[in-house]
Structures are given as structure tokens and as C-alpha cells.
Design a protein around this ligand. Structure first.
Ligand code: PMP
Ligand code: GLN
Length: 389
């Protein structure tokens, strides 16, 4: 990153390159297999790519409507109705955003005043804390405890106060793979009601869940719809992370301030991908079933390779990451383990400290992603084999 100048605003203080970019650069430098930054090394369905290509060729290249193309908003509403039995008004309750990343930014800027507290589970996705701070908010961490990465009810309740404006919940969860159960969400819902807080749900891995209980939406819980903001995106469910199509679902009164921010930050999202995104959401149930089956096989394969190498995995219930315990390896910290694995073994992973507000709570875990072709995972397994004693 560039050197600091006197022009820098205070809000960039302490911001460096993301851990994902840092590890990707290192992986490239040492020609390591990148199981660090989570993105598939394969594309989504060809028929969906064709729709995007035809859309560009047919001149669909000017600004989309500020709130998103009508076809896409209708498809998002149909998708919600098919999978979660919710009827959503595509004109009033959905905004298309530039990925879930912008959805999170617009949501926090819409609701957080300086000094407001926002609860996050740690470990957490790397953009939450900087974005809360950008909005002037104060992140309040609640730890997900290993080995199952579950929260303690008492600790969660203690974290709420009169200053709490919102809680961010990511289910299925990056980096741990935890899926929040109906009971856990019910407990959080009760506390949100008691403290009059918003529930901001990050559901980008909604279609990568292995738990038979399935993905539960907070908005379906009693009395939660009017305080729940549901964020998702196309990237993980359809293996098009580079298209950056996301969306926010919220009742009209919450949607209005989000749109106010969205219109002055990005205004609208890439036009030619919106029709293709609509077609993706309309894919038959068999597509979604195959996606889960594919990822479950990849998860089991990598988990086996890791445990054979003494890197004991916590089997994730969802998402495409595995947290692995490195305690058997004598390194002073996770960063030095990761550097060694990249340089000497040729595999990149993410030190879990990168996901913590209080890195001292990170334990000895590193995160591996398994959204890679079988061939790449097999080569990774061969390299991990070298670690067996
Ligand atoms: N939330 C989580 C938990 C993620 O893992 C990601 C993926 N990078 C995002 C949000 C951002 O999603 P998008 O690429 O749609 O902006
Ligand atoms: N979601 C991806 C991950 O967690 C990375 C996204 C990014 O590079 N910002 O690895």
C-alpha cells in the first residue's frame, strides 16, 4: 500500500491491504495453490454467461434503474417465495446493489449514527468492522467459541446496551461454516426486540448449506420482519463472484434510507449482468441441489486431506471454508504458519487472526477454502501429504 500523506482522511487510519489480497499476492509470488481468498476457480452455468454476453451485444449497456432492473427485482422476489415462502414487493422492498459489499455499506451508512454500537460475531468477514467505523459506529464483538463456533447466550445479551443499533449476522458463516439454528436466531431476535435493534443478515452463502435443518431466515421469525435487513448476492450461489450483483431485502420504511445512500454512492449496478442474474435465480431446483452436492464432496475431500496432515478441521455446516487447527505445528503465530505453508509446502490459507477484532482470541486456526476444481484440490492434497509424519 502507498505511504501515508497529510492528505489522508482520519477514517483510513489503520486500514491496510485486506488479508485476502495480501495472501493472494504471496501465493502468486511463491506459485502456491491459493486456498486463501475465497473465490471459485470455475465459472457458473454457461447458459447464464450467454445471457450476459448477448445482453452486451444487443446494446443493453446504459445505466440500469437506480433500484435495479425490474426483471431482476421480480426474480429476487420469486426466489424468496420459492425457497422461503416469503412474498416480497419487488418495487418497494428490494434494491439491487454492487454485491453484498455495497449492500452492507449502504445499510450501515443508512442507519448508523456516530457513537451507535453494532454487534458483530467474531471471527467475522473482514469488511464489517471497517464499514461500521466508516459510518461512525462502534463495533462490539461477541465471540463464536471453538470448536463448534457457537455464541454464548449470556455474552451476547451482555453485549447489547441502550446504544446498540444493530447486530450483523452472517449465516452460513464465513469463516467458520456455522449455520445459525432457529433456536439461536430466536434468542437473538428476542434480544433485538428488547433493545430495539436492527438485525442485518448477510446470507451470501444461503445456497451452500450442508445442515439438514437448512438455511433459516431471521425475517421469518415472529415480529422480526420490520427490523430485519436481508443481504445476499449472486457471487457464491452461481460462481460469478466478479459480477458483483447483490441485493437488499427490507420493508419499505427501511429500504428508503438504504436507497438514499445507494443512489449517491454507486447510483446503479452493471446493467448487462442484471438480466443474467435474474435467469440464474430462476434456475431449477436441481441446479441448487447439485451445487450443494458438489461442495459437500469438496468439503469432505479437503477435510480428509487436512486431518491426515494433522491440521484438524472443524467440519463446516455451510459456506466453502474450513477452519483447521494448527496446534500440532510449532509456530509462534498463525501468520508465521501461513507464510511457511505458502513458501515451503505451496499452499495458501488465511490466518484466522485476520477475522478477529481481538486477534488474541483467534486460537490456532487457519482458514482454507474448498471452492476449487477437483484437480486443484487433489494437488493440494498431494502437497499436504508431505506433512504427514
Ligand atoms: N459477506 C461475506 C460473508 C462474504 O464472504 C462475502 C464474499 N466476499 C461478501 C459478504 C461480499 O459479497 P460480494 O462479493 O457479493 O460483494
Ligand atoms: N469472500 C472472500 C473470502 O472471504 C473474499 C472476498 C475479498 O477478497 N474481498 O475469502
Amino acid at each position: 500500500m502507498s505511504k501515508k500523506t497529510h492528505f489522508h482522511a482520519d477514517r483510513v487510519e489503520g486500514m491496510g491491504m485486506t488479508i485476502f489480497s495480501e495472501i493472494t499476492q504471496l501465493a502468486q509470488e511463491y506459485n502456491a495453490i491459493n486456498l486463501g481468498q475465497g473465490f471459485p476457480d470455475f465459472d457458473g452455468p454457461l447458459e447464464i454467461k450467454r445471457i450476459a454476453m448477448e445482453s452486451i451485444a444487443s446494446g443493453n449497456n446504459q445505466y440500469a434503474p437506480m433500484i435495479g432492473a425490474h426483471t431482476l427485482r421480480r426474480a429476487i422476489a420469486r426466489h424468496q417465495s420459492r425457497f422461503y415462502f416469503h412474498e416480497i414487493d419487488p418495487d418497494r422492498e428490494i434494491t439491487v446493489t454492487t454485491g453484498a459489499t455495497e449492500a452492507l455499506l449502504s445499510t450501515l451508512l443508512a442507519f448508523i449514527n456516530p457513537g451507535d454500537e453494532v454487534i458483530v460475531f467474531e471471527p467475522c468477514y473482514d469488511s464489517y468492522v471497517p464499514v461500521i467505523r466508516m459510518a461512525g459506529g462502534i463495533p462490539v464483538p461477541v465471540t463464536l467459541h471453538e470448536p463448534l463456533f457457537k455464541f454464548n447466550h449470556h455474552e451476547l445479551r451482555e453485549a447489547f446496551s441502550a446504544k446498540t443499533k444493530a447486530i450483523i449476522i452472517n449465516t452460513p458463516h464465513n469463516p467458520t461454516g456455522t449455520m445459525f439454528s432457529q433456536l439461536e436466531l430466536g434468542f437473538i431476535a428476542d434480544v433485538c426486540q428488547e433493545f430495539d435493534a436492527l438485525a442485518i443478515m448477510d446470507e451470501v452463502y444461503e445456497h451452500i448449506g450442508f445442515d439438514p435443518a437448512g438455511h433459516i431466515q431471521m425475517r421469518s421469525l415472529p415480529d422480526m420482519k420490520h427490523r430485519t435487513i436481508t443481504i445476499s448476492s449472486l457471487g457464491k450461489s452461481f460462481s460469478f463472484t466478479g459480477w458483483k450483483i447483490g441485493w437488499v431485502i427490507a420493508p419499505e420504511e427501511l429500504q428508503i434510507p438504504i436507497r438514499n445512500i445507494h443512489q449517491y454512492t454507486v447510483f446503479s449496478t452493471a446493467t448487462p449482468f442484471q438480466g443474467a442474474a435474474a435467469a440464474a435465480l430462476d434456475l431449477p431446483d436441481s441446479y441448487f441441489q447439485q451445487l450443494v452436492n458438489m461442495y459437500q464432496d469438496k468439503r469432505d475431500f479437503l477435510a480428509h486431506a487436512l486431518s491426515s496432515a494433522g491440521l484438524y478441521p472443524i467440519i463446516p455446516q455451510g459456506a466453502y471454508f474450513i477452519m483447521a487447527d494448527t496446534s500440532e505445528y510449532p509456530f509462534p503465530n498463525m501468520k508465521s504458519f501461513t507464510n511457511w505453508l505458502i513458501k515451503e509446502i505451496g499452499i495458501a490459507c488465511i490466518p484466522s487472526t485476520g477475522f478477529y477484532l481481538r486477534p488474541e482470541r483467534a486460537g490456532n486456526y487457519v482458514r482454507f477454502c474448498f471452492c476449487k476444481s477437483n484437480q486443484v484440490l487433489e494437488t493440494a492434497a498431494e502437497r499436504l501429504h508431505k506433512l504427514q509424519t
